[in-house]
Design a protein around this ligand. Structure first.
Ligand code: URP
Ligand code: ZN
Ligand code: ZN
Length: 472
């Protein structure tokens, strides 16, 4: 199958220009001057399909490098399966995800990895890769890290919170970091001081402060800043590269920026919820409504300026990329486990479908440039996690993962509108986007077009990733 996308404005992280894009089979074969006849060869007359992208942007497919499909967590399981979650991602212009293999204390890392490969096999609508979560860091976990790199899993997430579930102590963290410094892999960190949070939670519940708002109030920015600083120091000690996930506090951004200024390989990711939602407006909503937005790190107080700072940091590259941390739970039967005690609300928000749109709105609102949109949503994730060249760019030889985005279109987000995630509410109800995902092409196959889904379960293939392309 040969497809020619004509008359569009191709936008890469490096710039934009009018160009035609030829996809041959699964790969981009050429990026051509508009309407070109190659040495007298009529390109448009020799393809199976021509898509007119006049007046629209032609961008590399989105890469969401932080999702949790079917994740067992908080006494339940994330409500999107690999099938439903990746289909929703495709609807929103995301053509690759990197999900997390979970290892709890005492479990064998490679056995867990094999189990996750089995879960995802034949289910995904788009391409998918894996990071590996390490909780206790056994000696066998260290050798597993080396083996997983050969399998294409080159990043490992550790947690400084969730005692008894995921938390690794500082010694365990250093052990994993020492290994990463040797084998070239990336350490990803959930940076919150778990012991402090556990104490504050205990005190709040004992005092009868049980509403969802207290989820935010018991996970203060100081706990995020302190853990971020500690993680950076441990990475400095060991020489490991460090990627801080779901950064929400401006003080944590300062820590990351300072480490980067000092030449350390430290990177930061934020998520749409920290760019748009807040402690006051969302977590503090009347009754139990705030449960919809219980996630960790928590939404921060708008009045403290975190949101504004996060957009600014994204523009200035103090924060490098945006993932969703997609970890959806339904209100009925899942979030309501914490009806009388916020600490029992499963932590997570679902956004995989809306990341490209929500970040595009940042372009419309003058917060980031068009090229920066592509960079933070596709190109940087590809480079950060060893996929660049195959993913994250429109150039000959890259996978035919292409989104045609209409800047004159409109998207109304809401449960009865644009919503394909397996959740009984939308965390983004009522958001209006001045743009629209028109066509989504995944490895040369049109999977979304004209508000119709044309893909199938199993279209997605495992991405065998290399080492991060930001490291020397
Ligand atoms: O609330 C969140 N973030 N849930 C998913 C697990 C994690 O820490 O990323
Ligand atoms: Zn986390
Ligand atoms: Zn996460």
């Amino acid at each position: 199958m040969k497809t020619l996308i004509k008359n569009g404005t191709v936008v890469n992280a490096t710039g934009r220009g009018l160009a035609d894009v030829l996809i041959d089979g699964e790969k981009i074969a050429a990026v051509l001057a508009p309407g070109s006849n190659l040495l007298g060869f009529d390109v448009a007359g020799n393809v199976d399909r021509v898509i007119d992208a006049g007046g629209k942007y032609v961008i590399p497919g989105g890469i969401d490098a932080h999702t949790h499909m079917e994740m067992p967590f908080g006494g339940t399981e994330a409500s999107d399966t690999f099938e439903t979650g990746t289909r929703a991602a495709a609807w929103g212009g995301t053509t690759s995800i990197v999900d997390f293999v979970v290892q709890y204390a005492g479990e064998d890392v490679l056995e867990r990895y094999a189990a996750w490969q089995q879960k995802a096999a034949g289910q995904c609508a788009i391409d998918y890769g894996f990071h590996q979560i390490l909780s206790d860091v056994q000696d066998s976990s260290l050798t597993a890290m080396d083996e997983l790199i050969d399998e294409g899993v080159s990043s490992f997430k550790l947690f400084m919170a969730y005692k008894g579930v995921f938390l690794s102590d500082d010694g365990q963290i250093v052990k994993a970091m020492q290994r990463a410094a040797m084998n070239g892999s990336m350490i990803m960190m959930h940076a919150e001081n778990g012991s402090v949070i556990d104490l504050l939670v205990q005190q709040a519940v004992a005092a009868g402060n049980t509403s969802p708002l207290y989820h935010g109030l018991t996970r203060p920015w100081q706990a995020e800043e302190e853990a971020t600083h500690r993680a950076i120091m441990l990475a400095n000690l060991t020489g490991a590269p460090l990627y801080i996930v779901h950064v929400s506090a401006k003080q944590a951004v300062h820590q990351i920026a300072e480490a980067r200024d000092n030449g350390q390989n430290v990177f930061g990711e934020t998520c749409p919820q920290y760019l748009y939602l807040s402690l006051e407006d969302n977590l503090g909503a009347p009754g139990f409504e705030g449960a919809k937005w219980v996630c960790s790190t928590p939404l921060r107080a708008k009045a403290e300026g975190h949101q504004h700072h996060m957009w600014q940091s994204l523009r200035t590259n103090d924060i490098q990329m945006v993932s969703t941390d997609h970890c959806p739970f339904c209100m009925k039967g899942q979030k309501d486990m914490g009806l009388t005690d916020f600490s029992k609300i499963p932590n997570g928000i679902g956004s995989v479908e809306h990341r490209m749109d929500l970040l595009y709105q940042g372009v419309v609102d003058g917060k980031i440039s068009l090229e920066r949109w592509v960079e933070v949503c596709s190109t940087t994730p590809a480079r950060m996690f060893g996929m660049y060249g195959q993913k994250g760019v429109i150039q000959p030889g890259a996978d035919g993962d292409v989104v045609i985005y209409d800047p004159n279109g409109h998207t109304s987000i809401g449960l009865d509108k644009t919503h394909h995630m397996n959740m009984d509410y939308s965390a983004w109800e009522g958001y209006e986007i001045d743009g629209h995902v028109d066509t989504v092409i995944s490895r040369g196959k049109v999977v979304v077009d004209d508000n119709a889904y044309l893909g199938a379960k199993g279209d997605g293939r495992f991405i065998k990733r290399g080492l991060s392309q930001y490291l020397i």
